[in-house]
Ligand binder design. Structure first.
Ligand code: NAI
Length: 330
């Protein structure tokens, strides 16, 4: 099967080549948009990524070009118009549950980096400045950590935090039995926000969770609390978080995602003006630690994503072939 990969990052090719089997893969470094969709011409399948545009007009264009299956090499599929895909009889493949540790550990890395001033400490050492004043941190041990969304990643994060000696609270529309057995206490969101020292977001972006962290919910949090977001940028109203940080109503924000990241993340803007005042405010804020959506970026996760998705493309192709041969026998 011919598969067009959009938004291909150079390091991904090695993994997909390893599991490509007989498929012919076309690596396209441009994102999937209405303008670039035509590059899928001659391909039966498209493989897209977290910031690609899979809105109705794009899916209709792909369908018109003969694309019948879309494989998402990410967990979150909030950028896919599932209704259009379904109405056009197209198939969606994706990779739920690949190494949840990769994202959970990124959340921990950002949290520790933020509360122990690691980037600042490293910059000082690079400059030959070995003073440590202004770098006083906080222990995680004994703190109360609130996890929003206790699926694959939230659970992995909760277990790590228990290892640090934290008390774990959780909020999820579907509480997990194994976490209850481990002493994690589920509660309503407002209650969790009032008592948690750390709040970490691990739920998907849906109409119900969009802007869940806003002026009102932030006002419930302790001024000494830290917020961690490795879920999706739009779970949080960034302007509200920055205002809370400026007014000492929140201690810090560690994030791997940003609500308008699509135009910037995974590209090099180091010699260009970044025309996004909110992003500029976020990336230069002294109480913010930001990475550019790299929670999935471990060897283990990349291997699992490539293997799982290519297996699914194989399965899809075999299924279509057997359907066709059954039809020809009738
Ligand atoms: P999952 O599907 O295993 O878990 C999601 C959990 O959120 C479920 O327990 C679900 O019941 C809960 N949930 C759904 N709606 C909710 C609501 N309205 N309120 C509270 N809880 C709700 O997903 P997984 O694998 O844990 O991934 C979580 C999210 O992490 C993804 O949807 C994606 O947005 C993000 N992600 C980020 C990555 C990164 O590189 N930064 C990589 C992979 C995922």
């Amino acid at each position: 099967m011919n598969i067009a990969f959009f938004s291909t990052l150079p390091f991904e090719q090695t993994w997909f080549d390893q599991y490509r089997s007989h498929h012919r893969l076309t690596y396209i470094d441009q994102p999937l948009t209405l303008d670039t969709a035509r590059l899928a011409m001659g391909h039966r399948a498209v493989c897209a990524f977290v910031n690609d545009d899979l809105s109705r007009p794009v899916i209709e264009t792909l369908n018109g070009l003969g694309v019948s299956v879309v494989g998402m090499r990410c967990v979150g599929i909030d950028n896919v118009d599932l209704i259009t895909l379904n109405n056009l009889g197209m198939t969606l493949l994706h990779v739920p549950g690949y190494s949840p540790h990769s994202v959970a550990e990124q959340a921990v890395a950002l949290l520790l980096g933020l509360i122990r001033h690691v980037p600042d400490a490293h910059q000082r050492v690079l400059r030959g400045d070995f003073r440590i004043d202004g770098l006083t941190g906080t222990d995680l041990h004994g703190k109360t950590v609130g996890v929003m969304g206790t699926g694959h990643i939230g659970q992995a994060f909760a277990r790590i935090m228990q290892g640090f000696g934290c008390k774990l609270l959780a909020y999820d529309i579907q509480p997990d039995r194994s976490l209850l057995d481990r002493g994690v206490h589920y509660m309503a969101l407002p209650e969790l926000l009032r008592v948690a020292d750390v709040v970490s977001l691990h739920c998907p972006l849906t109409p119900l969770t969009e802007n869940l962290i806003n002026d009102q919910t932030l006002s419930l949090m302790k001024p000494s609390a830290w917020l961690v977001n490795t879920g999706r940028g739009k779970l949080v109203k960034t302007r509200a978080v920055l205002d809370a940080l400026d007014n000492n109503r929140l201690a810090g924000y560690a994030a791997d995602v940003y609500e308008q990241e699509r135009a910037f993340f995974h590209y090099d803007f180091s010699d260009q003006f970044i025309d996004d005042p909110l992003l500029n405010r976020l990336r230069s804020h002294p109480k913010v630690l930001l990475s550019a959506h790299q929670g999935f970026l471990t060897e283990e996760a990349l291997r699992q994503i490539a293997r799982s998705l290519m297996n699914q493309f194989n399965f899809y192709e075999n299924q279509q072939t057997s359907l066709l041969s059954k039809a020809s026998m009738c």
